[in-house]
Design a protein around this ligand. Sequence first.
Ligand SMILES: C[S@@+](CC[C@H](N)C(=O)[O-])C[C@H]1O[C@@H](n2cnc3c(N)ncnc32)[C@H](O)[C@@H]1O
Length: 268
Amino acid sequence: MPDVYATISQADAAVVEQLAGILELRAADPQQQEMRTAYLSDVDFPPSARVAEIGCGTGPVARTLAALPGVGEVVGVDPSPLFVEKARELARDLPNLTFVLGDGREVPLEDDSFDVVVFHTTLCHIPSPDEALAEARRLLRPGGTLAVFDGDYVTVSVAHSPNDPLQACADACAENLIHDPWLARKLPVLLRDAGFGDIRLRGHSYVEAPSSGGYLLAVIDRGADALHSAGRISGDMAAALKSEARRRSDEGEFYGHINYLSAVARRS
Ligand SMILES: C[S@@+](CC[C@H](N)C(=O)[O-])C[C@H]1O[C@@H](n2cnc3c(N)ncnc32)[C@H](O)[C@@H]1O
């Protein structure tokens, strides 16, 4: 099953609607907010900074950026018309935030026109991330800052014991629904090859306990569906695995962990 985000403009409206809910749920999680605050603190925003978020989805990160002191204007870019429509609706009270429809590998914005470009959990979904990084470099003014935050998705762990069947769902989600789950480990070389220097890397640890909000429950759901679609488990088994994840959560037993990586670099 291919990464739905990598071909998002062809996805069913119902699927995009479901993903929109997951993106907003994840962004509202206090630990996700803390990680955003941490890596954005590594970015030097010049006064009235002009910022682009590539692959903005429904815009929660773009809204955070638009509210930062010192940021003048934010432009969110995404190839999904449905995400862009939702993003505009959710940001209707933020006059310094606009959205444009576009692919990160061919962004319809001018050269040398941004101080900061952000990819937040987006680069791993883009086939040919090198092309997206070359576009980011083109958009940035000389000396501008690139910030990339992505999951190190091969670290997703939800097992309580060896051979825990929920881990198969988490692994299937990473393997089937993320174009390159290994991207975080390639990031320093990708950035260097794309013409970025002064690279600051930071690891972030996300732990989901039952009260955290359910992002990893959604990962298990999507992994169970991927296993079912691939004919590897029955629909009944997929439903049983989802329900076991809910039971653990309801009974205070759920545990999930994922590492994220941020890289903040300067256009050299
Ligand atoms: C996991 S979502 C992240 C959305 C948002 N940055 C956030 O963190 O809430 C990945 C996003 O990448 C976008 N995307 C997929 N392919 C893309 C491409 N070629 N160029 C730019 N964005 C892309 C998807 O439409 C989706 O909004």
